[in-house]
Design a protein around this ligand. Structure first.
Ligand code: SF4
Length: 307
């Protein structure tokens, strides 16, 4: 079955979503229009995700109960080209694989899609919760193709034992993951690569840590102290993400305090805000409660701009 367009949605800040479905599931492409001359597209690697992260909007309420299928190059290209019909593109583009699924589990899609869509000024990014094994693949491809790939590691707690509970699919300790990121940076961040990265970005870094602060889960003093220690040791830029509450998990009230401490002691954490994984897409996979269904319908009515 071919792709069917579910709709096009626009947020008040201009961010747009293009949502499609086929017989495997849903593909959601998000177009972020930042103030610079760059379009950023957030792209999923999978239909659904069954990795069961406890803070995830998609699987926290129903972990591991549904299949997780990789999106193919043909399917993604079709969805992206369809979306492009409605997009007035800027000069520069970043393809950012940070939607549903884990990038390290569909690695060929990321490199092949980038090679298919690559222009003179286009960057590539991915996020992963399981940084292991596939580093070798990405390192080799990045060096061979001079691909400006930035790898974002979804950390979310500096303690390996807690992380194992939050992200049950992980099988790597925090320090092993950070060391892998450092190795990737060391092998790939050459002077020509820095120039390539700067074509679409403000900094020439190609690694970053993501941390979402969640109330009473990972916002304690011990976590902050350990995060600062790791920052000073590995010197990987940190981005704090705002948490969009799920059933039972709330946004931390300590965000401002964390920002102050981190800016002083870790280095500048980016203040960018991302909406949480699967928050939109779960409507198409899970049985929503009456309240959630109402909330989604209101959101859909408010922001849909076309079919
Ligand atoms: S947070 Fe991402 S990797 Fe984890 S279950 Fe959700 S979609 Fe999957």
């Amino acid at each position: 079955m071919g792709l069917e367009k579910i709709g096009r949605f626009k947020d008040t800040d201009g961010t747009e979503k293009f949502v499609y479905k086929n017989d495997k599931g849903v593909i959601e492409i998000t177009w972020l229009k930042n103030k610079s001359n760059t379009d950023v597209f957030c792209i999923p690697t999978h239909y659904y995700c069954s990795l069961g992260c406890t803070f995830c909007h998609l699987t926290s309420e129903n972990p591991l109960s549904k299949g997780m299928k990789p999106i193919t190059l043909e399917e993604l290209t079709e969805a992206f080209n369809e979306s492009l019909k409605f997009i007035d593109r800027k000069q520069k583009t970043v393809f950012s694989f940070m939607g549903v699924g884990d990038s390290f589990m569909n690695k060929e899609l990321i490199v092949d899609f980038y090679e298919t869509m690559r222009t003179e000024s286009s960057g590539l990014a991915l996020a992963t919760i399981i940084p292991r094994n596939e580093f070798k693949y990405f390192t080799q491809k990045v060096i061979e193709g001079n691909i400006p790939l930035k790898i974002h590691f979804s950390l979310h707690t500096p303690f390996s034992n807690v992380r194992q509970k939050l992200i049950p699919y992980t099988d790597v300790s925090v320090e092993e993951a950070l060391q892998e990121l450092c190795n990737y940076r060391e092998r790939t961040l050459t002077e020509p690569m820095k120039k390539e990265l700067l074509k679409c970005r403000r900094s020439a870094d190609n690694t970053e840590i993501h941390y979402t602060i969640i109330k009473n889960v990972n916002d304690g003093e011990a976590e902050l102290t350990e995060l600062i220690r790791l920052g000073q040791k590995y010197k990987i830029p940190l981005k704090i993400l705002k948490f969009n509450p799920t059933d039972g998990l709330e946004r931390s009230e300590k965000e401002d305090y964390w920002f102050e401490r981190l800016i002083e002691e870790y280095g500048a954490p980016g203040a960018n805000i991302g909406s949480s994984c699967g928050q939109f897409t779960k409507k198409y996979y899970l049985n929503l409660s009456e309240g959630e269904e109402k909330e989604f319908s209101e959101w859909e009515r408010a922001y849909r701009i076309s079919q």
